[in-house]
Design a protein around this ligand. Structure first.
Ligand code: TNX
Length: 511
C-alpha cells in the first residue's frame, strides 16, 4: 500500500495547518525588536531570486550556498530591480540604529527584504533568516517540502562589539577542517571573533619560519600522547580567510611567559640553564616559564609576534599571561615591559588573560577576565585607565566545565556549569568597577585537555555556546531564562540536521 503522502498528496493529518518551527520572536540571539506576522510568510521556490545591492554579492552567494543542499535550488544572484519574488539584500537605507553589524528584516508574502549598512550586517541578518526556515533547510541532501520563511519584521544590532569563542588547539590539535566546522557553528549565533590558543605546554601549533622547530618538533605532542599537529602559515592564512568569509576575525594567542613547555623542550636557549626540558603531555599548569633575563627570550618573542602580526589581518594579538606561577611577580612585569611594546611595534593591539592588567598595558589592550566574579583591583584599575575588558568568567562562560557530576568530558575546577548557569549573568555586573562602558564583550573558551574530536567539542559547546552568544548580542533587558529556554529548545532540530550531538540538559524541554 502506497501512502498518499508518498504520492505527493497531503494526507488529512499533514493538511492540518501547523505553525512555523520558529518565528521572528524565537530567534537566538534574541533581537532588539521583533514583531511576528503569521499571515505574511514567504515561500522560497525554484523561481525565487536573490537580489544583491552593490557590495552585497558575497553575502548573497553565501546565502545561495546555504539554501542549495536542502532545497536543491540554484537560486540566481541578480542585481536589484527584478520582477521575480525575491530575497533582497540592500545596503544603505537601513535604520541608522543598526550600526555596523546590525540589520533590518521584513518578511512578507511577496518577498524578504534585508537591509544593513555593511556586508557584515547583511551576514548577521542572513543568520536570522536561516532560523526562520524549517530546520530541514540545514540538511545536506535534497528534502521534498515547502520552504516557508516565517513572516514579520526585525530590527537588530549587538550590545557588544566583541563576541568571541576560543578554541584550544594546543592541548589537542584540531585539523583545519575541524576548525572550519566550528567556525560555521559559531557564526550562526553571530559570534564575530575566533580566538585560537596556538601554544601551550603540550604543543606548539603554528609554523614560525624564524624558529622552524617550534612547529615541526614542538608540534608533535598533545595531551595524553595523542597525535599532535600544526598549521603551516599557508594553512593558517586559509583558516583566517575562511573565518573572514563568515565575518569572523581570528585572534591568535601565543601563551607566555608560562605555558611554554613545548617551546622550551624544542629550543634549549629558551631555558635559563641552556638545557632543553623534556616534552610534557600531562595536564598540570603553572610549572613552565621562559627565562626572563635572557636575550634569547626576547628574540623569540619578537620573532613570533612579528610573524604572527604579518599573518593576522585582525587588530588583536593575544600574548597570554595566565597562570605564570613559576615566574616571579617582578619577572612577570619585567617580561611584559619588554614584550608589550612589541605588539604595537608590529601594528597590533594586545589581548591577554586578565593577569596582564597588573603590568599596566596601554589603554588599547584588552585583558580577558577568567575569574569567577567579585573584586579584582588590578582589573578595575585598568578599566579606570581606559582599558576595555573581555568577559569569560570561568563559572559561566567556560565551555570545558562539566554540566553536571556525570558529564563524561571536561573539568570542574570552576564548578559545574549547567545551561542556566552559562546563561544567567550580566557581563556588566560581575566585577566591581567594570560596568557596561568598560566591557569589550564576551568570549566562550573551550579548553581541550579532555576533548579530542569534533563530537567532543560540540557536546560541550551545545547548548551553552548560543547562550554566551546571546549575552554578547542581545540587550540585557531582552533576556530572561524562561523565555530563553523555550527559544533554545527550538534550535535543537537545527542541530540535529547539522549533526551536532548536543547535551540534552534536563533544564530544557526539548521538542
Ligand atoms: C585554566 S583559564 C587555564 C587553562 C586550562 C583551563 C582548563 C586560563 C587562562 N588558563 O590553561 O586549560 O584552566 O579549564
Amino acid at each position: 500500500v502506497v501512502g498518499l503522502a508518498a504520492l505527493g498528496v497531503p494526507s488529512a493529518a499533514s493538511a492540518v495547518p501547523t505553525g512555523p518551527e520558529r518565528q521572528v520572536t524565537d530567534l537566538v540571539p534574541a533581537p532588539v525588536a521583533a514583531k511576528a506576522d503569521p499571515g505574511a510568510s514567504f515561500e522560497i521556490t525554484a523561481d525565487t531570486v536573490l537580489e544583491a545591492a552593490p557590495g552585497a554579492g558575497e553575502v548573497a552567494t553565501y546565502l545561495r550556498g546555504l539554501l542549495k543542499p536542502a532545497t536543491g535550488y540554484e537560486l540566481p544572484v541578480v542585481s536589484a530591480g527584478t520582477q521575480a519574488p525575491a530575497i533582497s539584500l540592500e545596503l544603505g537605507n537601513a535604520d541608522p540604529r543598526v550600526g555596523g553589524e546590525g540589520y533590518q528584516l521584513a518578511v512578507t508574502k511577496s518577498g524578504v527584504r534585508l537591509q544593513a549598512t555593511t556586508a557584515t550586517g547583511l551576514f548577521e541578518g542572513v543568520q536570522s533568516l536561516r532560523q526562520l526556515l524549517p530546520s530541514a533547510i540545514e540538511a545536506q541532501t535534497v528534502q521534498q517540502q515547502t520552504w516557508t520563511v516565517s513572516g514579520g519584521t526585525v530590527l537588530d544590532y549587538p550590545r557588544f562589539g566583541y563576541r568571541g569563542a576560543m578554541l584550544d588547539v594546543a592541548r589537542h590539535f584540531f585539523k583545519p577542517e575541524q576548525v572550519k566546522r566550528y567556525i560555521d557553528q559559531i557564526a550562526q549565533y553571530k559570534i564575530n571573533t575566533l580566538h585560537l590558543h596556538l601554544s601551550d605546554d603540550q604543543g606548539w601549533r603554528i609554523e614560525i619560519k624564524s624558529w622552524p622547530r617550534l612547529a615541526t618538533e614542538g608540534g608533535k605532542t598533545a595531551v595524553g600522547g595523542d597525535p599532535g599537529g600544526y598549521y603551516t602559515q599557508d594553512e593558517y592564512r586559509e583558516l583566517v580567510a575562511y573565518a573572514a568569509s563568515r565575518h569572523i576575525t581570528v585572534v591568535p594567542e601565543i601563551d607566555m611567559p608560562g605555558h611554554t613547555n613545548a617551546a622550551q623542550a624544542t629550543y634549549a636557549e629558551l631555558n635559563c640553564n641552556g638545557v632543553a626540558v623534556p616534552p610534557r603531555t600531562d595536564t598540570q599548569v603553572g610549572y613552565s616559564s621562559l627565562c626572563i633575563n635572557s636575550p634569547a627570550t626576547y628574540r623569540f618573542a619578537e620573532d613570533v609576534i612579528r610573524e604572527l602580526a604579518a599573518l593576522t589581518p585582525g587588530k588583536f594579538l593575544n600574548i597570554g599571561g595566565d597562570e605564570a606561577h613559576s615566574t616571579s611577580d617582578g619577572d612577570y612585569r619585567a617580561f611584559y615591559a619588554k614584550v608589550s611594546p612589541l605588539v604595537a611595534k608590529y601594528g597590533k593591539q594586545i589581548t591577554g588573560w586578565h593577569e596582564i592588567a597588573k603590568t599596566g598595558p596601554p589603554a588599547s589592550a584588552v585583558p580577558q577576565y577568567w575569574g569567577q566574579g567579585g573584586e579584582n583591583a588590578d582589573l578595575a584599575a585598568a578599566a579606570a585607565r581606559g582599558n576595555k575588558i573581555l568577559m569569560s568568567p570561568a563559572n559561566h562562560a567556560y565551555l570545558d566545565m562539566k554540566y553536571n557530576a556525570s558529564t563524561p568530558l571536561g573539568q570542574s575546577w570552576a564548578g559545574l556549569v549547567e545551561v542556566r548557569d552559562a546563561y544567567e549573568w550580566d557581563p556588566a555586573n560581575l566585577v566591581p568597577g567594570i560596568g557596561e562602558q568598560s566591557v569589550a564583550g564576551v568570549e566562550a573558551p573551550l579548553w581541550t585537555e579532555t576533548l579530542k574530536n569534533s563530537d567532543n567539542l560540540e557536546y560541550m559547546a551545545f547548548p551553552r555556546l548560543p547562550g554566551i552568544a546571546e549575552i554578547g548580542w542581545s540587550p540585557q533587558t531582552a533576556r530572561n531564562w524562561d523565555d530563553y529556554r523555550a527559544r533554545l529548545a527550538k534550535q535543537a532540530p537545527r542541530w540535529q540536521q547539522q549533526g551536532i550531538g548536543f547535551y540534552r540538559s534536563a533544564q530544557i524541554v526539548w521538542p
